[in-house]
Design a binder for this molecule. Sequence first.
Ligand code: ATP
Ligand code: MG
Length: 258
Amino acid sequence: MARIIVITSGKGGVGKTTTAINLAAALNLLGKEVVLVDANITTPNIGLHFGAPITPVSLSHVLSGRAKVHEALYEHHSGIKVMPASLSLPRNMNLDKIHEIAKRLKRFGDIVIFDSAAGLGREAVMAIEAADDILIVTQAELPALTDALKTIRLAEKLDKNVRGIVLTRFMDSLHEENLENIEAMLETPILEIIPEDDSVKEALRLKDAVVHTHPESKAAKGYKRLAAKLLGKKYVEQLEIQEKKGKFRRFLRILGVE
Ligand SMILES: Nc1ncnc2c1ncn2[C@@H]1O[C@H](COP(=O)(O)OP(=O)(O)OP(=O)(O)O)[C@@H](O)[C@H]1O
Ligand SMILES: [Mg+2]
């Protein structure tokens, strides 16, 4: 059964969209069928980060009952299925439908990733409610950590499984004990640390995941380790072979052989 992973944060601008597209790309390279949903409805970003097409039908249309789920899914060149949000401010949306849409999306892949809005507004809360697993993205700064804690508490109140923290834009100046302090403060394990990396900026300029544009960069390797971890695997060289197999399978699919 497919799982819904919601990528969320307390504070805005901490790296959720970067994490969502790169986790999607890394899982896809490991041979998983991935659906990526731009659930940041009022300020959508997937299109900007991932070069997803500006399309006539989006999540907003599904939420307002004007389209069916499959009509709002588009295939990215990597093979990932993307559901964009509308760039114009949508009207008559029923956010309660997110839960139902998430359930329906499970038919379209092994893993459904929601890039959510920050904070504790209705948009973010509805995405959290739709989750099987939650990843909290934060930077290692007190304001971001304090807000992350609020999101974790809310998720727990909603009986949701917080898988862990993704610490982004990490600078080398933090030591082991600081990491332990962060885990203690949030009462949640740090799953992966993604370093501050100029390749991420370059990937954004190229409108693609850093996992695709700079596969050997530190950030890309971090996201690949995170993907492997979520699948219960350790990212070792062997997984690179699996990655190649995943690519080959997708190539066959494009040719209609598989
Ligand atoms: N590891 C990194 N190294 C360098 N820059 C990064 C890294 N991760 C993210 N960034 C940059 O930080 C900025 C914010 O990232 P992103 O858009 O992913 O955050 P967000 O949490 O989705 O923001 P919002 O709350 O507005 O949706 C972007 O310019 C992105 O390129
Ligand atoms: Mg974002």
